[in-house]
Write a protein that binds this ligand. Structure first.
Ligand code: VGL
Ligand code: ZN
Length: 221
């Protein structure tokens, strides 16, 4: 068949669309960073890393990947935000207060500091969450300052990664989508706590279903 010899004629339009979609999240699609883009790094704090009070399994693996994203955003002169879990000593989420978690990320402690291996620039804009005793603070948007800071930086597309997929990343992405930001989920730079084994995968599925676009570092030009 003659059509078989012509690669562009090989696939019917709907087959071509399906082929494109099946490759869209596997390094085929490329993204050019532009004005209006902002990197949002969620909770890369010592307590969520090996040796920390609430270590996320394999959490340290996101650090070199996030450093790659940081480099690209710095090179393009784009803003970088870092959220931090920043609890009072008597936070309601702590086991001592009847909550689900060991004490972690108490404001001002070493455990609450950003990882020293993360190459945050001096210009990083820090957003603290979870400072109210009775509120989870899983989403950085719980503090109105978060949206204010993003808006004053002109951010429209948010590139979100960090820890943990099934808590702070999930809730921050949910709110970002609800506020109508375009959200790119950095799937190579998130890790889950997985209280239940599939929590992380379920969180990714929900974020993508709600409109977050899953990407990896190699897709950024
Ligand atoms: C987080 C559990 C408790 C998170 C914060 O950053 O995902 N998880 N506090
Ligand atoms: Zn917390």
């Amino acid at each position: 068949m003659v059509a078989m010899l012509n690669p562009t004629g090989l696939l019917k339009p709907w087959q071509r669309l399906r082929w494109f979609m099946s490759n869209a999240h596997s390094g085929y699609e490329k993204i050019t960073l532009a004005e209006g883009d902002a990197l949002v790094i969620v909770d890369l704090q010592n307590d969520f890393l090996p040796g920390g009070r609430l270590a996320v399994p394999d959490g340290e693996q996101v650090i070199p990947v996030l450093n790659g994203y940081i480099e690209r955003f710095i090179n393009q002169g784009l803003p970088i935000f870092a959220t931090r879990d920043w609890h009072p000593k008597n936070h309601s989420s702590f086991i001592e207060q009847g909550g689900p978690w060991p004490e972690h990320c108490v404001a001002g402690t070493r455990g609450a500091e950003f990882s020293a291996e993360l190459h945050l620039p001096a210009s990083v804009r820090i957003i603290s969450a979870g400072s109210e005793v009775e509120r989870d603070g899983y989403s950085a948007f719980e503090t109105p300052l978060c949206k204010q800071q993003l808006d004053s930086a002109g951010a429209r597309r948010l590139f979100i990664g960090g820890l943990a997929t099934d808590y702070c990343v999930l809730n921050t992405v949910r709110d970002a989508l609800a506020f109508d930001y375009e959200v790119f989920l950095l799937t190579d730079a998130v890790r889950a706590i997985n209280v239940q084994p599939r929590d992380g995968q379920k969180a990714i599925d929900e974020m993508v279903q709600k409109g977050a676009k899953p990407i990896t570092l190699s897709m950024i030009l």
